[in-house]
Design a binder for this molecule. Structure first.
Ligand code: ZN
Length: 320
């Protein structure tokens, strides 16, 4: 690792790739690549996680610079101290203040930062740098009843990974949902058909903001028995499509292989069965062969069920 006298000027750099894909990396003030960070972030290439981790990691790397700590000498106690200066409850001297004038991380941000740091130092450890620290971060514990209940084939689990940097205490048990009556109040407040559609589709379809903003006209199959043949009721397709002019992107875990069809998901929209859809005069059929399908929404409980599933995911996501 190259040591620099310049403090706090590491920055996140967005890289525009062919086909509209974007990647994020970390560079030194003079523009050269931060090799260790770049190697770690490349493991999440093309995903929203890469961007999130880049911004969490750059803050940590700036702090390391200020503390004059190198990757091969940093200890678990130093990482705990870092978590303390960004907002975690840590009972030890924290040293000089950090992120002056900014709000401390909340619980969710602390969890993400902890995952990012664990991933980064395990990656370093796998390359033979600071193996001791990697061993301390890579602990396991016995699964609890809640863990078994939440996991697929949970009854077979004998150990769960732990992260000593993650915030302690009980996890949030329920996903964040709109309070009762909020949808009606929102609908009464908005004053355009577009905004009413946004509120209705976010609530009914369980769409995320990026998914809604990234829709193309061809993705809307608002007539019954659309030509795609994948769903008889009015529905829409959510495609992982890079290069949207408004930069909206449906969340995707990783970049699909070149030449692969974009992954699509269908979510039912429109009026409940038995009532005509207000968007019945929608666009024509979607171009055939553009998308496959992976998931189908539909029943009224789908939106909440999907958010509940999302809440157990460890990937940081923007939720609606
Ligand atoms: Zn369709």
């Amino acid at each position: 690792m190259v040591r620099h006298l310049v403090v706090g000027d590491l920055r996140v750099q967005r890289i525009e790739r062919k086909g509209g894909w974007r990647s994020w990396t970390i560079v030194w003030p003079e523009g050269t690549l931060h090799a260790e960070a770049d190697r770690f972030l490349r493991g999440h290439d093309g995903s929203g996680t890469q961007k999130t981790y880049a911004y969490y990691l750059v803050d940590h790397l700036r702090w390391l610079e200020r503390e004059c700590l190198a990757f091969d000498t940093v200890q678990l106690r130093d990482l705990e101290r870092y978590m303390g200066v960004v907002g975690a409850e840590v009972h030890m001297p924290l040293g000089e203040p950090w992120r002056m004038g900014k709000r401390p991380y909340g619980r969710s941000a602390l969890s993400t930062a902890a995952s990012c740091l664990k991933g980064f130092y395990l990656h370093q450890s796998s390359r033979g740098v600071n193996v001791d620290l990697g061993g301390k971060l890579d602990g396991t514990r016995l699964p609890s009843r809640v863990d078994r209940h939440r996991s697929l084939l949970g009854h077979l689990k004998s150990a769960m990974p732990t992260n000593p940097l993650a915030p302690k205490g009980p996890h949030r048990r329920h996903p964040k949902m709109l309070p009762d009556g909020a949808r009606e109040k929102l609908l009464a407040t908005v004053n355009s058909a577009r905004d009413r559609m946004v509120v209705t589709w976010l609530a009914d379809g369980g769409l995320r903001i990026g998914e809604l903003c990234g829709l193309h006209l061809a993705d809307l199959h608002l007539r019954e028995n659309a030509a795609c043949g994948e769903c008889r009721a009015p529905h829409l397709h959510v495609c992982h499509r890079p290069g949207n002019p408004n930069r909206a992107e449906a969340d995707t875990p990783s970049r699909p292989p070149a030449g692969a069809p974009c992954e699509a998901r269908r979510s039912r929209v429109g009026a409940p069965p038995g009532r005509p859809s207000p968007w019945a005069a929608g666009p024509g059929p979607r171009p055939a062969g553009q998308c496959g399908s992976a998931w189908r929404g539909g029943s009224p409980g789908d939106a909440s069920a999907r958010r509940a599933r999302s809440s157990t995911s460890r990937r940081p996501r923007r939720r609606v």
